[in-house]
Design a protein around this ligand. Structure first.
Ligand code: PGA
Length: 254
């Protein structure tokens, strides 16, 4: 009942020409293989500079696209930021919020910023993909569940159950991002199951049954099926492996 969502986060890679080429190649591979978009959703998340050309290229495509961030502010003197209204005219469907790289290198450390970003996303009708996950030292202490619960608590407590049911939650252990180190399917399932339990307990069982939870961190075509086989994992957030059309298509076809 939860439609799997396979999203490719291109991060700060590809100029708009390369991005458009990758999008068109991916689209062709999926169409030629009669990919069933009814059964699963495929999303690409390019850099801001590629979104307009992907909007044009995607007119006849069933691949959705999103943005890697959204400003916490509506408009005004915020040099370098991209607002919800700007993204709206670009037709994006999803926005990433709280990716670990933005938590680490930018202002997204504070949950107050993440809350504002998710509010902006909802104001403009986007689906937020809210990322959570523990760094290595927390995993080594075996405190990943507490860590993820506190990340959920700080942000989800500001939203209604109806809003929470529309958020996609991406569990991305920081130590597995871009490192080639993948959490085992069991490790990924353990945390995703706990996230669902958390929502069931704190928000409601109906919401917990609806919310889509992705796993991200060194996902490849060779491990996608095993991870997607787990009952509480409804999708994948893919970084490096999303930069090759054939590899990402294989992941989407898991
Ligand atoms: P990775 O990135 O697949 O390259 O590990 C995942 C992510 O950051 O979303």
């Amino acid at each position: 009942m939860r439609k799997p969502i396979i999203a490719g986060n291109w991060k700060m890679n590809l100029d708009y020409l390369q991005g458009t080429d990758l999008f068109l190649e991916l689209n062709k591979i999926l169409e030629d293989s009669n990919f069933s978009f009814n059964d699963r959703e495929v999303v690409v998340i390019p850099s801001f500079t590629s979104i307009r050309s992907i909007q044009l290229a995607s007119e006849k495509s069933q691949i959705s696209y999103g943005a890697q961030d959204i400003s916490a502010n509506e408009d005004g003197a915020f040099t370098g930021e991209v607002s919800g209204s700007m993204l709206k005219t670009l037709g994006v469907k999803y926005v990433l919020v709280g990716h670990s790289e933005r938590r680490q290198y930018h202002s997204d450390k504070c949950s107050c910023v993440l809350v504002k970003k998710i509010k902006q996303a909802f104001n403009y009708g986007f689906t937020p993909i809210f990322c959570v996950g523990e760094p290595l030292e927390i995993r080594q202490e075996n405190k990943q569940i507490e860590h993820v619960f506190s990340q959920l608590e700080e942000v989800l407590s500001e939203f209604s159950s109806d809003e929470i049911s529309k958020i996609v939650i991406a569990y991305e252990p920081v130590w597995a991002i871009g490192t080639g180190e993948t959490a085992t399917a069991e490790d990924a399932e353990e945390v995703c199951e706990q996230i669902r339990c958390y929502i069931s307990k704190n928000v409601g069982e109906d919401v917990a049954l609806k919310v889509r939870i992705q796993y991200g961190g060194s996902v490849k075509s060779s491990n996608a099926a095993e991870i997607m086989n787990k009952p509480n994992i409804d999708g994948l957030l893919v970084g490096g492996a999303a930069l090759k059309a054939d590899e990402f298509a294989k992941i989407a076809q898991f």
